[in-house]
Design a protein. Structure first.
Length: 192
DNA sequence: GCCAACGTTGGC
DNA sequence: GCCAACGTTGGC
């Protein structure tokens, strides 16, 4: 059973269109212990994630990605020239991890935060909680499916009661562009 | 650009 | 191990 995640990134830094173009990328530069532990302990290959654009116009859910490999050493920590260099980290025991992700789909339009907020199925979602700053958060399957439905334009109006039932299984037939592109080496800010 | 909320740091 | 100061995030 796959798990579900929400991954935030500023689209000025790396957007869903960049991922669509690249096919795969290393979700690097995360410098938060809680997020690192998610990647180390809970994330699994095959998990699905919502790609969320933060600090954007509009901010919101932009598409879907899949976790290819969950807990790789983040190379930026070893790069003295990187903004994310961590001199205390060693290759034997890397402090920081990243995951490799692949493109699954881009929503025709970003589902704005404003829309997510009024969706009953998303009432408990971590990212909507005030003050939450984690760049990677777990999602319930119902939350993931609700966001995916909104992204596909299949969301019920915000006023509708119970929008969960309609969010059926749609996994498994994703238009994955199976690019064999390696993980880009460039140090990119995937938020912390 | 403001500012609330949070994580991290460092003095003690 | 407490906690104030500081830096950062991210919506608005």
């Amino acid at each position: 059973m796959p798990r579900f995640w929400l991954l935030k990134c500023e689209p000025d830094v790396y957007s869903i269109r960049d991922l669509e173009r690249d096919g795969r990328t290393g979700w690097d530069s995360v410098r938060n212990y809680q997020v690192r532990n998610f990647m180390r302990d809970e994330m699994q290959a095959g998990d699905l994630g919502v790609f969320y654009h933060s600090n954007a116009d509009p901010s919101g859910a932009a598409g879907v990605l899949r976790i290819v490999r969950p807990a790789l050493p983040d190379p930026t920590q070893f790069d003295p020239k990187s903004e994310y260099h961590d001199p205390k980290s060693t290759r034997e025991a890397p402090t920081w991890l990243m995951c490799e992700v692949e493109f699954v789909e881009r929503f025709p339009e970003v589902v704005p935060l404003e829309r997510l907020r009024v969706e009953p199925a998303l009432a408990g979602m971590l990212i909507l909680r005030k003050g939450n700053r984690l760049s990677v958060t777990p999602l319930e399957e119902t939350e993931f499916e609700a966001i995916r439905a909104l992204g596909a334009g299949r969301g019920k109006p915000a006023s509708a009661k119970s929008s969960v039932e309609s969010a059926g299984k749609s996994a498994g037939k994703s238009p994955v562009k199976s690019s064999a592109a390696p993980v880009p080496a460039g140090a990119r800010r995937k938020s912390r």
